[in-house]
Write a protein that binds this ligand. Structure first.
Ligand code: TYM
Length: 348
């Protein structure tokens, strides 16, 4: 952003690598959340980097949430993290509202971020719709809380899907402006990690639209709670074009639905889209879709089964969230205190 000033040449020298990411507990975890986020979280954790994953319940209420639904969705999301391979012993898994340092840091960042920066956020424009005057103040300030989520841990890397790119640029701008205004090198300039074949999974009904939990058509997405039959049916019915798969990746240009299915196959099989094309060149969708459905069922159905099993023990999920919150606070408290010291807040 033009009004932020970059003051450092190697801004993250001296910061321990630490991964942070978050997901909103607003129900309907879908294939996009899995491939763009959850699966990659499990991969990052397994590389041995300290990883912190958050159910951002305070972000969720920037638009109205029924309280009982929110509590259920938060536990279900926790079950989803674990079922997708995030180990609550190796990683820190918690819900945002149990770590008050997020909102305390967010206030500081509300005073660093500029109105103009927030007004440019496309997610705010999309979510507020035509009646922006009626949107909550929280929805407007959403990206400052997101920056606080990340920077209160001095996180250096944030794995996300492509739709979060603009928010992460804002996080960097907030860190740069804070460091510049107070004359410190205190916050890292976080790297977005938007990698792999499926950073933008598209709708099964319209290959130009992102797969999303808010799409009114359930056929547009695979939910992580779908059983094997539903997964196979949605893939069979996914919109495609009449051409067979091309023999090179360039042949997928201008074929958004075909490209989406190839990308999904690649991400599920841990292959590149080029490798998928090499294996399936010339196939009709009548052949490719059943292969994709088999693969998706093999990878996703166990997640749905494990989520339902975990959901039966609500007490255990709450224990995991409490233990995760304690561990998260141990990291966040000293960073928040130092931030307050830098800003001149008296601690007596
Ligand atoms: P949320 O809850 O909308 O989505 C969670 C994650 O899923 C990714 N994602 C997708 N990836 C690929 N294809 C799709 N169709 C798709 N749909 C969603 C998102 O990119 C995201 O990685 N603002 C965030 C939550 C958040 C956060 C944070 C993230 C709050 N604080 C700090 C990172 C760091 C959001 O609304 O994600």
């Amino acid at each position: 952003m033009s009004d932020a000033v970059q003051t450092q040449s190697n801004p993250n020298a001296g910061f321990t690598p630490r991964v942070f990411s978050g997901i909103q507990p607003t129900g309907n975890l879908h294939l996009g959340n899995y491939l763009g986020a959850l699966k990659r979280f499990a991969d990052a954790q397994n590389k041995g980097i300290e990883s912190i994953y958050c159910m951002v319940d305070l972000h969720a209420i920037t638009v109205w949430q029924d309280p009982a639904d929110l509590a259920r969705a938060t536990r279900e999301l926790c079950a989803g993290f674990i079922a997708a391979g995030v180990d609550p012993e190796k990683s820190i898994l918690f819900n945002q509202s149990q770590v008050p340092e997020h909102t305390q840091m967010a206030w500081i960042f509300n005073c660093v971020a500029r109105m103009g920066w927030m007004q440019r956020m496309t997610q705010f424009k999309d979510k507020a719709g035509k009646n922006a005057q009626n949107a909550s103040l929280g929805l407007f300030a959403y990206p400052a809380l997101m920056a606080a989520d990340i920077l209160v841990y001095h996180a250096t890397h944030v794995p996300v899907g492509e739709d979060q790119k603009q928010h992460l640029e804002l996080t960097r701008d907030i860190a740069i402006k804070f460091n510049h205004d107070y004359g410190v090198d205190f916050f890292p300039i976080t790297e977005p990690v938007i990698e792999g074949a499926a950073t933008r999974v598209m709708s099964f009904r319209d290959g130009t639209k992102k797969m999303s939990k808010s799409d009114p058509s359930d056929m547009s997405r695979i939910n992580l709670t779908d059983d094997a039959d539903a997964i196979a049916k949605k893939i069979r019915k996914a919109k495609t074009d009449p051409e067979p798969l091309p023999d090179s990746i360039e042949g997928l240009e201008d074929r958004p639905e075909a490209r989406n299915l190839v990308n999904i196959y690649a991400a599920l099989a841990d292959l590149t889209p080029e490798q998928v094309i090499a294996e399936h060149a010339g196939q009709q969708f009548g052949t490719f879709k059943p292969s994709l459905a088999d693969l998706a069922v093999a990878k996703l159905a166990p997640i749905s089964t494990e989520m339902s099993r975990l959901m039966q023990d609500q007490g255990e999920i709450d224990n995991i969230l409490r233990r995760g919150s304690d561990r998260a606070r141990n990291i966040a408290t000293p960073i928040l205190q130092k931030t307050y010291d830098i800003a001149g807040m008296i601690r007596s």
